[in-house]
Ligand binder design. Sequence first.
Ligand code: FBP
Length: 552
Amino acid sequence: MNISPLQKARYEYQPKLPGMLRNGVAEICVKEGQPTQSVADQEKIAALFPNTYGKKEITFEKGKNTSKAKKHVVGVILSGGQAPGGHNVVSGLYDALKATNKDNVLLGFKGGPSGLLEDSYVEFTDEFINEYRNTGGFDIIGSGRTKLETVEQFKVVEEVAKKHNLTAIVIIGGDDSNTNAAVLAEYMAAQNTGVQVIGCPKTIDGDLKNEDIEASFGFDTATKTYSELIGNIERDANSAKKYWHFIKVMGRSASHVALECALETQPNICLIGEEVAEKKMSLAQITNYIADSVEKRANNGNNFGVAIIPEGIVEFVPEFGALIKEINELLAGEKTEKFNALPDWAAKYDFIKNGLTKEAFAVFDLLPQGIQQQLFLERDPHGNVQVSLIESEKLFSELVKNELAKRKKAGTYKGKFGAQHHFFGYEGRCAFPSNFDADYCYSLGYNAFMLIQYGYTGYLSKVSNISKPAVEWVAGGMPITKMFNMERRNGEDKPVIRKALVELDGKPFKFFEANREKWAVETCFTFPGAIQYYGPAEVCDLTTRTLALEKG
Ligand code: FBP
């Protein structure tokens, strides 16, 4: 196989473990902390998880390994969207498992949770693993979005586990997948199967974090990749001085990615969905906010700029959210077919006009036709508008263009406005993991096996103190139920891990808020450049501005 020089060098990179895991598995002992309580709804959650609720927080320490000698057969799955570092979670898990007992076996179930249900797997060997160390992607075994949540599915998993003599399952995923990991752990314990279940926190969106989990893996590399690209665009904008660039970045609902990129690159504008929702901002208000920056910069002779738009923004705009709700109703069930059978856009437009309330139609009518049509593209499996398909970068640039035309007519704006559009998402999800993500992920995987070896189940692999050098990181585990609260899902109250949105009183947002007025008018761009893998630690091992500010 042809490989690039960097790929070869990365195969050989030795990820850094937390200090207490560095002395070999024979020298890792457990320190149990206090019993835990869920963050809310304690009674309800305790009742739903009688076998796994309330367990103790644990940390590992240097000391004699007192775990029981036992052969382990562990199954691992990758779940949900790709995030840089997934291969290192698997290799860390494999290395700890083999270092503990060379007869231990690691099976990778292919294509995400469906691999477990369909018993599609591969057995890992040194040769196989070595070709994936420190590389991006999830292609080692693939991933998928099948949800593992029903008792019928759990029974199938139980059968598959029996067939392979699995002693443990590791689920590498986001908030939903880890919620389901906790439910599976409870099921396996209730059925006395002896199968342990451990989760690992993954998602580039950064929305799986809380007082225990300081960051989900992949966020560091993905935001560094987008920030490099945004910085390059800022340089281009500042060189050519003729375009406003509207850049959408991934983040299905939370705006952590957009905020981190803004902290890294100091663009003129960055919208934060959570703030838009809190202030109940309308499309017109957001448009005016951006147009004001364009106008002020034009007054200084700067007919260029950069605006970052989070992927999930439209759902946070209350009037847009209401419009989407009405469209979902308008096309519910068989009405979609009726709509699709209409001969042309004019007929569809009339159908929409007659079907929406006056208020919703007024919002719809404000939108450029391309965006109007995107709202009627393919629905998701629940029959809803797929918000991530909406080109919000084009939506806001078009609305700003219209607003500037009005201002020009009124004689208040005299500049020139040309726009370019970009969407950065998939570009960052499979990048070579930064040293931080390579180290963090390897540690999460290594640590996950130590939790298995010491007999824990229903735990999330936890590595904390991660704003410090790796030697000071703290490895341990947290009962997943500690992160639970009850939420309404599909008309039912369900125990789930609370999704972490951007906190408007948190330090990262406060820093951004304190600076954005200046950034909106002046040119304060900063250029992070490409991720560096080799060189001084202060360049190569730095983590995110978000984490630095949160822990600062
Ligand atoms: P996860 O929450 O599964 O980690 O995925 C996050 C994400 O990358 C979002 O940022 C994005 O909206 C979505 O996945 C895209 O999903 P898909 O890969 O199905 O297009």
